[in-house]
Design a binder for this molecule. Sequence first.
Ligand code: UDP
Length: 483
Amino acid sequence: AAAGPELRVVMVPSPGHGHLIPFVELAKRLLHRHSFSVTIMVPDNGTGMKPQRELLQSLPPTISPLFLPPVSLSDVPADANVITRVTLTMIRSLPSIRASLKTLLTPSAAAAGGGRVVAVVVDFLSAHALHVAAELGVPPYVFYTCGAFHLTLGLKAPELEATCPGELSDLPEPLKLPGCVPLSGRDLPEPFLDKKNDAYKWMVEVHKEISTNAVGIMVNGFVDLESGIFKALAEERGRTGTGPLIYPIGPVPRLESDDPAEMGTDSLECLNWLDKQPEDSVLFISFGSGGKLSKAQQDEIAFGLEMSGKRFIWVVKPPGDYMVEKSIESSSNDPSSYLPDGFLERTKGVGLVIPGWAPQVRILGHGSTGGFMSHCGWNSSLESIVNGVPIIAWPNHAEQRMNAAFLAGDAKIALRMDTSEKDGIVGREDIAGFVKAVLDGEEGKLLRSNVKELKVAAANAIGSDGSSTKSLDEVAKLWMKQS
Ligand code: UDP
């Protein structure tokens, strides 16, 4: 069923490319399948947001960005956790979110072409905007950009807060959340590791906001991927009869990229290069939009790749400590200046090094790509699944260790790197071993076969009759009833 051009959904993602990307994809689905027009309110955290602006400018006119005025975080300590910065940005944007929403709700705004607003969809880090929507009489929904495992932990956080007075990481046993693999203290998402840090307080608070104020939560996952968890969430909702309804509507990763940041000549060169490599022979290495390694660790990866003798595409960034040491501008990224001497020459033809940003979706979708060394951000994890590529899990920050525990321990599509090695640095021999195991070994074969099964399940879920499509249809129908 189509909404017709007269109905509009307002989205409020939190700042950051990693959260904006799935929101944009959801907007496209709502437009193409249900003909909703979409307004994306874009919070401004004062970083200029060039990649976000470029991405938003490339969209059809029925998906329109509405840039919110910048907010000041000058009183927030420079070393504050990113969760704290993001939540405060959202809370301080609430007056402009309220004002913009009020304007969009006026009959003249609807008549001017955008359509009548039937729902507000927020990110979990913008959960404070839920009550603004409710206050103005618009049904408040969440699009949860992490998986159902993270959602379960988030929803349980207030209860854990009441029942576990000490640090969660000190619990003698791994946490057993309903339907989830046991979660050891070391795999808890960063904000849950230190209750004294404001980030923890914000994580608990946003999830309280969600439990109290959201009508429904759309999750970027699909039933066959996290079946036990979705079942447990539904049972819990059935038992209590209260709280938001849960809708698995994913995967919502980019199926093909139209991100302008990825259309440059470097991108074309790497895709041409992939065309010439054998099937499943190339390892893709990327640690996400933010991930930075130390110089020592990056060197070990370089030597490990060389030792493995395998083909690779590696997205590199100047190591954090190296930049500080040499006082290098964050905009300069010349790999020959920070990779080991001679590495680029010695690996010529066998590997490609891409500075900064690579067309990840296209690389993972290429038949020559046979493995993905990843930081296990949720978008990257889903993109790997959608393309049937087994993972070498190398989690770093945020909820990545939890994702890695799931991908290796439950989904069984990843080999997990032991990052608790001496000095926190994984050595070149281990790296070479993992690369060979995933591209060639028996273990790699098993992972590949598991992830290929999930690839089919993911395609089915978002196919015209699939479980996630039906779930999104259900939500869309409720929104249309608002008419
Ligand atoms: N990405 C990309 N090219 C890069 C690095 C990242 O296209 O060189 C995209 C990637 O495909 C994914 C997103 O950026 O869609 C990263 O999101 P994820 O949740 O994996 O990690 P985050 O960057 O938020 O840590």
